[in-house]
Design a protein around this ligand. Structure first.
Ligand code: ARG
Length: 480
């Protein structure tokens, strides 16, 4: 039977044969060539590059015309034809024909249908290798700019809320145990710092990637008298890349972007985790906006922080995208290999997840309701001012810090056994622990006194937080 012959390999299936192969071609009526077409096709995802592909082709053909490599008339016909293709894409979307493989061949084939054989002159002095490297850089550069704008918006939301809560007291944690009182504004401003570093990573990546691979051709450059400075300038690049082999095989720009995304996703995930904790009933520190929460289909009392959970979850996918592309690239010899076609899905996915995560986080921060009474009560009951008692013993009674630490421990133990705050202990009880304590200690034991005392640069005192907020508002171009 023919199936058996296929399975023993005696019935050789040729490259273009259209008989289904019983071993591995079962799902295709058309045989291995159909599998080749499908595995080869990147058009289902790289159609997202169409705007960049048209822009790079227009820059290229204008240069070919200016250099006399094609006639000015042909260059004009091609350029207008590219505009017509772009108009079709904008109106109808990019057609997905696997036989046209990718966005570059799709555009060129459609151009030929519209303007005839002159379309064939567009590909003079270039290759899909420098073309895709150029298109993809342009795409990543745009994505990076959008992400930066999104992060600026998130920072503005955080700074606004931090300004409102420069003096709102909450427990500060280490090991997720109440440590010292801090201000909510200080806590929120910590994330403004993280996103500031993320934005500086984006700026670094942008400066590094802003070189034009166009004109590197397949791998070795070209014999045509091209002007790489002209195409670089036309596409907003700072300069052409310096080595054609590197230019067509380099995806560092995508990796830099994915690393910047990953670092940002990590920060978003930490903030999301805090919102999830704070919104839980035992904490009760915040109410997330209804518009960014969901209900439970079975438990009517529930309001779930799904958006925050998904921001936390998406960070895994974003970090996975970085890992994916690093592993794709790590074994590739120079120059281009088809493996590199797999560079796009992780970058596209990461960029879209980042856009959504940043938008969701901005909405949650802007519209969350902070239960400041509950936060303050938690700070008061967590013995968060124990360090202040120890500091007071050092400063006012001249006791060595280690001994002061010990005395304070005894005071906390006593207060805890009675279920009361430290500053609710009567003076007689405090003096029973150490006779050097006097009435003035109470001024140091309130949570307000505690945060007010931490006025060192970058500290949690409301005055310091207001300085941080003012500096951030200037940096972000917010009105004073
Ligand atoms: N679709 C390809 C990619 O994204 C374009 C480059 C193809 N070059 C080649 N020599 N087959 O990588």
């Amino acid at each position: 039977m023919s199936d058996e012959r296929d399975m023993t390999g005696s019935d050789d299936v040729t490259e273009t044969g259209d008989a289904a192969n019983a071993m591995w071609g079962g799902r295709f009526a058309a045989g291995p060539s159909a599998i080749m077409r499908e595995i080869n096709a990147s058009i289902p995802f790289d159609k997202a590059l169409w705007r960049q592909d048209i822009a790079a082709s227009k820059a290229h053909v204008a240069m070919l015309g200016a250099q006399g490599i094609v006639t000015p008339d042909d260059a004009a016909v091609i350029s207008n034809g590219l505009d017509a293709v772009a108009a079709e894409y904008a109106r109808d979307g990019v057609p997905e024909d696997w036989d046209r493989e990718d966005i570059h061949m799709t555009t060129e084939a459609r151009l030929a249908e519209l303007i005839g054989p002159v379309a064939g002159r567009l590909h003079t002095a270039r290759s899909r290798n420098d073309q895709v490297a150029t298109d993809f850089r342009l795409w990543v550069r745009d994505a990076l700019d959008q992400m930066d704008a999104g992060l600026a918006g998130l920072q503005r939301a955080l700074v606004t809320r931090a300004g409102e809560h420069a003096a709102s007291i909450m427990p500060g944690f280490t090991h997720l145990q109440t440590a010292q009182p801090v201000t909510l504004g200080h806590h929120l401003m910590a994330y403004v710092e993280m996103f500031r570093r993320d934005r500086s990573r984006l700026a670094d990546a942008r400066a590094r990637m802003n070189e034009s691979p166009l004109g590197s051709a397949a791998l070795a450059g070209t014999g045509f008298p091209i002007d790489r400075d002209a195409t670089a300038a036309a596409l907003g690049f700072d300069r052409p890349t310096a080595n054609s082999l590197d230019a067509v095989s380099d995806r560092d720009f995508a990796l830099d972007f994915l690393y910047a995304c990953s670092a940002t996703a990590l920060h978003l995930s930490r903030l999301a985790e805090e919102l999830i904790l704070w919104a839980s009933q035992p904490f009760g520190f915040i109410r997330l906006p209804d518009s960014l929460s969901t209900g439970s289909s079975i438990m009517p009392q529930k309001k779930n922080p799904d958006a925050a959970e998904l921001v936390r979850g998406h960070s895994g996918r974003v970090i996975g995208a970085l890992t994916s592309l690093m592993i794709t690239m790590k074994g590739l010899p120079l120059a281009y290999s088809k493996d590199m076609q797999d560079d796009k899905p992780p970058v596209f996915e990461a960029a879209s997840l980042m856009g959504l995560s940043i938008a969701a986080m901005t909405g949650m921060i802007a519209d969350a309701t902070f239960n400041t009474g509950r936060m303050r009560a938690a700070a008061e009951l967590g013995y968060a001012t124990a360090t202040d008692l120890a500091d007071w013993l050092v400063r006012q009674a001249g006791i060595p810090f280690r001994e002061a630490h010990h005395i304070t421990g005894a005071a906390v133990k006593l207060a805890e056994s009675r279920g009361i705050a430290l500053d609710a202990l009567p003076l007689a009880d405090l003096q029973g622990i150490d006779a050097r304590i006097d009435q003035s200690v109470y001024a140091a034991l309130s949570v307000d006194a505690s945060v007010a005392a931490r006025a060192s640069y970058g500290g949690t005192a409301p005055g310091q937080v207001r300085l941080q907020v003012a500096g951030a508002r200037r940096m972000l171009g917010m009105e004073e």
